[in-house]
Every structure is written in C-alpha cells, then in structure tokens.
Design a protein around this ligand. Structure first.
Ligand SMILES: [Zn+2]
Length: 95
C-alpha cells in the first residue's frame, strides 16, 4: 500500500488516535495503522475503525478526557469471546 499524497511505501505502526464523542476527547492507544514515514499521513483500516467505534460505544459515561488502550480492549474482547462462562467474574479478574 502506498501513500495517496506522496506515493511513499507505507509501514505498519501503532499510533494513539484521537476521537471525539459528545465533546469529550478520547485517546485510543496502540491502534494498528499504516504510516507514511515521508509525510506523516496515517491510514486506519476499516476493520480497525469499527473496532474503535466499539471502544467508543463503551465509553458513554465519560465526563473527562480519557485514554483507552486498543490492544487491551482487543485482548479483553478475545477473552470474552473465547470463554463466555467466565464473563460473570470477568471484572473481578481484570481489575
Ligand atoms: Zn505520504
């Protein structure tokens, strides 16, 4: 994949992506992106965008700027998916 602005080859990277919901800023850390090292343009995959939207949906009660970790969210989603029976105790285990 190449940068649409400068034609440079993109490299895989992780970035902190800034999103806005109800006028609150949310920083999502460790988002997998394609980065142009030449002009700094960041490309986020559609799948990643929908995963970020899931993260944002879970942050409805926020009242301040917060930071969430994309990687952690993904790991937690995977854990929930793989072991539904553990879900009842999930919060106790992870916090
Ligand atoms: Zn570029």
């Amino acid at each position: 994949m190449k940068c649409v602005f400068c034609g440079n080859q993109l490299t895989k990277d992780t970035q902190t992506i800034e999103r806005r919901i109800n006028n609150h800023l949310i920083y999502i850390k460790n988002v997998p992106v394609d980065l142009c090292n030449f002009c700094g343009e960041v490309y986020v995959d559609d799948n990643i965008v929908s995963e970020m939207n899931q993260i944002l949906q879970k942050q409805k009660q926020i009242s301040n700027t917060i930071t969430v970790d994309f990687k952690t969210f993904r790991e937690q989603s995977a854990a929930n998916f793989n072991d539904v029976s553990r879900q009842n105790h999930y919060n106790l285990v992870t916090t």
